[in-house]
Structure formats: structure tokens, C-alpha cells
Write a protein that binds this ligand. Structure first.
Ligand SMILES: [Zn+2]
Ligand SMILES: [Zn+2]
Length: 357
């Protein structure tokens, strides 16, 4: 079986491995499509971060390097373990990749996506989606309806990140929204706010192709922060700021812009991953009663199918447009050159490349 194994920074090898043994609560999936994510690129350029550090094993899964990558994937179930009854051979499925301990403080408080020992299929487990087959717990599998192509199931994970962020923000129908950054997650947020009834959706993004995609999926105004002052334009056209802003980059300029383009009493929800400092003065929150929160992934553990099913429903109803996000389809053997290296090119026009083994 062919799999893309991560050994360390800039060392991703497509190699042949033995078929994984199937546990009684697990299912074997023939992978149809797996999306390359910013997280994968981050591991490739600067990891191990979410993958196990050199010489260590993950406390929950015992996984150690090399690990197969690919946490956004879909496929067809080809074998089920002896204790599995909720899914059957032949079913089309997508996978919620989060594995949680079920025992820590946050798991017992129902906040499984904050689990202290969280692991992910395709980052810190023995299986991943950049592979001909994956073996995953049946509890992590979410069925796909017959009406949508199986490969679209690979978009359910990033779309669920967008949905979760919108739910975390408390955005309501009729609100005005600004989204900073139109990568896969920014685009997913645009789709989710449009489906949720946002009236005005401003998107600030330097890459032209990404602005075009944002317009296809619901942005009403797109801005190039290299050419326009996004904050000025948004504040002028909304009488002082949007109701809700989303930061989907993780750098100081977009963090600052997200705050400055939000109205008094408004909400800023951050999804951009970063360890960098971003400037903030208390009165940008205090005297204007703005609220900032973070959004991490999606519901998982016993609620693993909750937001994933919502995303699947939106795909089925046509409110989510997966095709607008898919900018490339490649073979597993070409994953490094035509996938990772291409996405890391600053001039790349890609948003989501699907690996189809
Ligand atoms: Zn991802
Ligand atoms: Zn836990």
C-alpha cells in the first residue's frame, strides 16, 4: 500500500508499507481524495509541531515518526471491524480526524476540541489520508449522501472549521461580516457566513485568484490590502465597522485590521494559527466593549459528527460550493512536487489541492 510518510521538515516520502491491522472498532477506507492543508505545509516547512517530535511517541496514540499525513479525506469503506455496526462496507464516508482522550478536564466538560491529549489522524496517528487506504475508528466516520461526489467529502473538514468559527462568533442572520484572509479556512468562513445569512461580507486578501473565489462563494466586497486600506473602506461603508470580523491569517496586520474594522460592541473571532505577538491595547476592547475569541477546529469526541453533518448538508443543498475551492487534483506519487512545493510557492494560485490516490 502506498502512503506519504512524514519524517521531518522537507522530508515527505511516498513509500510502500504493509496494510494496517484492523481493530474491532475500526473501519478500513479506500481513500478517494485527501486535501493538502496549511497545517500540512507548516509541518513540512517547520515541523514537527502537531506531528510527534523526533524520538517521542504521542501520549494518546503512541505514534512516532514517520507518520502518514492527510487529515482531510473521504473514501469508501471496504472493511469493518467485528464490533462496528454504524457503518457498512461500501458506504461513502468522510472522517473527523480528531482523537481525544475522553478523560481530561476538557473532555469531561464536553469541550473535546480542547482535549489536553488530542491527536489527529493524518498528523499524530498510525493512519492518514495521503494513502491508498486508511484505518480509523468507526466513531470518527461521517456518512456522505449518495447525491454528492465522494471526493467532495475531503472538503468537509475545512468547511467544518469555518462553520465552527461562525458558531463560535455568534454571528446572526442580517449581520455584516469582514473576513481577513481567503485561504481554505477564510473561504470556508465566507461560505458559512453566507449560508448563515450575513448581509454584507467583506473579504480582504492580497491574492487576486483568492478574491475571485471569495466572490464566487458569497463575498459582496473584496479588497486587496496591498492596494486599498481595507479598514477605511469597511468602516466607511458600514457606518463604523462590521458586526463580526474573522481573522484567518495569524499575523499582526490582519489581527489589527480585524479589530479596527469591527464596530463598537462587535465581535472578533480568530482562527489564524500563530505564535507571534500581535499588538493590542486594552482600550480597543474596554471602552468600546469589543469581544475577541478564538476558534479551534470543530466539535469532536462524542460530537464528532455534529458539525461535519452540517457541512455535509450544506454541500448537499448546494449552499457550500466545494468546486470553487478545489484548484488542483494530483496523484499521490506527485504530492511533494505538484502539491506541497506548489502550494508553498508565493505566486501559487492554488487554494485546495486534492490528492487522489
Ligand atoms: Zn486541515
Ligand atoms: Zn481529553
Amino acid at each position: 500500500m502506498r502512503v506519504a510518510n512524514y519524517y521531518g521538515p522537507e522530508d515527505l516520502r511516498v513509500e510502500s508499507v504493509d496494510e494496517a491491522v484492523l481493530g474491532s472498532n475500526e473501519v478500513r477506507i479506500d481513500v478517494v481524495a485527501a486535501g493538502i492543508c496549511g497545517t500540512d505545509l507548516h509541518e513540512y516547512t517547520g515541523g514537527p509541531d502537531l506531528t510527534p517530535a523526533e524520538g517521542t511517541t504521542h501520549p494518546l496514540t503512541n505514534a512516532s515518526l514517520p507518520v502518514p499525513l492527510g487529515h482531510e479525506f473521504s473514501g469508501t469503506v471496504v472493511e469493518v471491524g467485528s464490533d462496528v455496526s454504524e457503518v457498512a462496507e461500501g458506504d461513502a464516508v468522510t472522517v473527523n480526524p480528531a482523537l481525544v482522550c475522553g478523560e481530561c478536564r476538557y473532555c469531561s466538560e464536553g469541550r473535546h476540541n480542547l482535549c489536553e491529549s488530542v491527536a489527529n489522524i493524518g498528523l499524530s496517528a498510525r493512519s492518514g489520508g495521503f494513502s491508498e487506504q486508511a484505518v480509523v475508528p468507526a466513531a470518527n466516520v461521517v456518512p456522505l449522501p449518495a447525491g454528492i461526489p465522494v471526493e467532495y467529502g475531503a472538503l468537509v473538514e475545512p468547511l467544518s472549521v469555518g462553520l465552527h468559527a461562525v458558531r463560535r462568533s455568534g454571528m446572526q442572520a442580517g449581520d455584516s461580516v469582514a473576513v481577513f484572509g481567503a485561504g481554505p479556512i477564510g473561504i470556508s468562513i465566507v461560505q458559512a457566513v453566507a449560508a448563515g445569512g450575513a448581509t454584507e461580507v467583506f473579504v480582504s486578501e492580497p491574492r487576486r485568484k483568492r478574491r475571485e473565489i471569495a466572490e464566487m462563494v458569497g463575498a459582496t466586497t473584496t479588497l486587496d490590502p496591498m492596494a486599498d486600506d481595507s479598514v477605511d473602506v469597511i468602516n466607511a461603508s458600514t457606518n463604523g465597522g462590521v458586526d463580526v470580523a474573522f481573522e484567518a491569517v495569524g499575523i499582526e496586520p490582519t489581527f489589527r485590521a480585524a479589530i479596527e474594522s469591527t464596530k463598537r460592541g462587535g465581535q472578533i473571532t480568530c482562527v489564524g494559527i500563530s505564535d507571534d505577538d500581535v499588538g493590542l491595547t486594552p482600550n480597543e476592547l474596554v471602552v468600546v466593549e469589543r469581544t475577541i475569541n478564538g476558534s479551534n477546529g470543530y466539535l469532536s469526541g462524542p460530537l464528532a459528527d455534529r458539525e461535519f453533518r452540517m457541512a455535509v448538508q450544506y454541500l448537499e443543498s448546494g449552499e457550500f460550493d466545494p468546486e470553487a475551492m478545489i484548484t488542483g487534483r494530483i496523484r499521490l506519487d506527485d504530492i511533494v512536487e505538484d502539491g506541497f512545493e506548489d502550494l508553498l510557492d508565493p505566486d501559487s494560485e492554488h487554494v485546495k489541492i486534492l490528492v487522489e490516490p
